[in-house]
Structures are given as structure tokens and as C-alpha cells.
Write a protein that binds this ligand. Structure first.
Ligand code: SAM
Ligand code: SF4
Length: 335
């Protein structure tokens, strides 16, 4: 058996970044059609047989945990669409070394599943919500459902979660006039609102005119709340977090484009069809699914994983270059 020092090396890249956080996409399907995530014409879905099975996900999760991963996030597509999700969470949370399982969801199916997911071991939910207005919700997601998302947030607090993180992708001229409404939510309840810079991906019609930077968002919030204070962020935290004095919750900004956090990146991604992606904005991928289905051993898998991690670039190519680059649509990567 390898000792910890040897094995951790497999997930340490040539810049010394140790990868302890694995984001697993469970499906390419979704019950919303967010404009910033999916091309208008939809995406070509692969067959169920091409998706990783639970057994394959668990095999990889064990392997990554053995190599130093401590935190798993389940995402998609919409992860709550995946049948028997609570079963999978239960198995993942039982893996030695895994200390946290987070789920990113649009919330539409959460009320019915929250108790089972909590019981199975979900430590944190990020619920995506870009607007508090029903008409706008329909424009952004191309579906209805604001009430269901708000119910999901309530249910998460009621289930006893100390914080509910809300992911809000901010686009200029689309929802930037709601920044202060979201900040107001943090007054009474321990929300952590995370304002996310709009990122370019395959087929999402990213446009510089729609882009609103962290600096601009912060300035709007600071104008209304001049006493806003910066909160200490945890290591590897992608959000720059602030708080209005006296408010229970926090407000964070995810500046992936204007001020990236690549130098402290500790994330790896597994797509629903089993490709390892070492960078959200890189198009280098390797199919771990194919290797598993060809009967490769854990050690053979690990060699390929180590080589992919070793080749991870120091930083992404920059917003305007990324907008020109071939990459999967976000829905096929897993956010
Ligand atoms: N369906 C789930 C949800 O919406 O929470 C999980 C998958 S979704 C791809 C994960 C996160 O990525 C969401 O919070 C979404 O807002 C974010 N996202 C998708 N496309 C994005 C983009 N172009 N720029 C920034 N964030 C994006
Ligand atoms: Fe679906 Fe989430 Fe993408 Fe919206 S952001 S289309 S909810 S996967």
C-alpha cells in the first residue's frame, strides 16, 4: 500500500497545487434551460449507457479520496434528476477521507428530496437563483419555477442547514438591477449570496456587453452599503466575501474572469460521461470511463489521472480568449 506522501503526489500539479476537491457531474439533463448555460437549440444528449454508472462513480471517488480528495460536489445538469441520488450520497459520504459533500442544484426538485439527502450526508447546498421576479425567471431559465426555488431555499433552512448558498449569475442589463434585492435577503437569514461573473462557454452566446465585473458589482453594493466589510475567506475559497454589519448572511463575488483564482485552484472535474477535466476552462479531457470499461486497474487509472493533473496549466487563457475557444457548454461540464 502506498503511503500518503507518495499518493498525494498524483494529484499535485507542476505548480505545486494539491487537488483536494472533486466536482462530479451526474447528468447532462436539466429541467431548466438557462440562457447562460445552454445553447438555445439545446444540447445533444448522450445515451444513459454513456453516462457513468453509480458503481463507476464510486470506484473513482474511492480512488480520488485515497489520493487526497476530501470534498466532493455533485452537480450537472440538474443532479436531483438523477434517480436514487440519496443512495449515491450515502455511499460517497461513507468513503474514508471524504469530509464534505455539497450539491449544486436549481432547487426545483429539492423540497421532496431534502430530508433524504440530509440524512444521506449532504453537508451543503448551493441553490442557483438569478432573479426574484417571475417574469425574468422565465426569460433567464426559459421555464417557470421561481416559487419552487424559493420553497427549496425555505426547506433547506427548515431542514437545519446553517447556511444556504445562492448562486446568482449576474448579467449587465439582465438582472444587475436586483443586486441590492439579493443583498437584502442576507439581513434576516444566513444566506450566502454569491454573485458570479458571467463566463463564456460553448454555445452560451457570451457577450462582453453582458459582462459585469466584480469591481462594478461591488461598487453598486458599496454605494448602497458604505459600511460593507470584507470577511476572511477560507483557503481555496473562490468567493470574495463581504457582509453588511448587523446582517446575518454574507455576500460573495466570484470573479473567475476579472480576477481569477487559478493560482490556488484545488479542483478537478468529472463530467457525467466520465471525462476528467483538470480545468473548467480547458478543453483537455481524458476518458476515465473508457479506461474502466476496458478493464484497466486502479493503478493504470491513477497514472493517467496523474499525467492529466501534471499537465494542468498555470491559469486560464483570459476572458476574451476563452470566448473564442472551443469548450463544452456549461451544462455538459458541470458547474
Ligand atoms: N443545475 C444546477 C444548478 O443550476 O445549480 C447545477 C449545474 S449548473 C451548470 C452549476 C452552476 O453553474 C449554476 O450555479 C449556474 O448558475 C452556473 N453557471 C452556468 N453557466 C454559467 C456561466 N456561463 N457563467 C457563470 N456561471 C454559470
Ligand atoms: Fe440547468 Fe443549472 Fe444549467 Fe440552468 S444552470 S440550465 S439549471 S444545469
Amino acid at each position: 500500500m502506498e503511503n500518503a506522501e507518495t499518493s498525494y503526489r498524483a494529484l499535485t500539479d507542476s505548480f505545486g497545487r494539491q487537488h483536494t476537491y472533486l466536482r462530479i457531474s451526474l447528468t447532462e439533463r436539466c429541467n431548466l434551460r438557462c440562457t447562460y448555460c445552454m445553447p438555445e437549440e439545446g444540447v445533444e444528449l448522450r445515451s444513459k449507457a454513456e453516462m457513468l454508472s453509480f458503481e463507476e462513480i464510486l470506484r473513482l471517488a474511492h480512488l480520488f479520496a485515497r489520493e487526497g480528495v476530501t470534498k466532493i460536489r455533485l452537480t450537472g445538469g440538474e443532479p436531483l434528476i438523477r434517480r436514487d441520488l440519496a443512495y449515491l450520497v450515502g455511499k460517497l459520504s461513507a468513503i474514508s477521507g471524504i469530509t464534505s459533500i455539497a450539491v449544486t442544484t436549481n432547487g426545483l426538485l429539492l423540497v421532496a428530496q431534502i430530508d433524504a439527502l440530509k440524512e444521506a450526508g449532504v453537508s451543503l447546498f448551493n441553490i442557483s437563483l438569478d432573479t426574484l421576479r417571475e417574469d425574468r425567471f422565465k426569460e433567464i431559465t426559459r421555464r417557470r419555477g421561481l416559487d419552487k426555488v424559493l420553497d427549496a431555499i425555505d426547506a433547506t433552512f427548515r431542514a437545519g442547514y446553517e447556511v444556504v448558498k445562492v448562486n446568482c449569475v449576474v448579467q449587465r442589463g439582465v438582472n444587475d438591477d436586483e443586486l441590492l434585492d439579493f443583498v437584502a435577503l442576507t439581513k434576516e437569514l444566513p444566506y450566502e449570496i454569491r454573485f458570479i461573473e458571467f463566463m463564456p462557454f460553448g454555445g452560451n452566446a457570451w457577450d462582453n456587453d453582458l459582462f459585469l465585473s466584480y469591481e462594478d458589482m461591488l461598487s453598486t453594493v458599496q454605494t448602497a452599503h458604505p459600511d460593507l466589510v470584507r470577511v476572511d475567506d477560507e483557503p481555496h475559497y473562490t468567493s470574495k466575501t463581504w457582509r453588511v454589519p448587523g446582517y446575518r448572511g454574507k455576500v460573495g463575488f466570484i470573479s473567475s474572469m476579472s480576477d481569477h483564482f487559478c493560482s490556488s485552484c484545488n479542483r478537478l472535474r468529472l463530467t457525467a460521461d466520465g471525462n476528467l477535466k483538470v480545468c473548467l476552462f480547458g478543453n483537455a479531457e481524458v476518458s476515465l470511463r473508457d479506461m474502466m470499461r476496458e478493464g484497466k486497474t486502479d493503478e493504470q487509472l491513477l497514472q493517467v489521472i496523474a499525467a492529466a493533473v501534471g499537465n494542468k496549466a498555470a491559469a486560464h487563457a483570459g476572458m476574451l480568449n476563452l470566448a473564442q475557444m472551443d469548450n463544452r457548454p456549461m451544462i455538459l461540464i458541470g458547474g
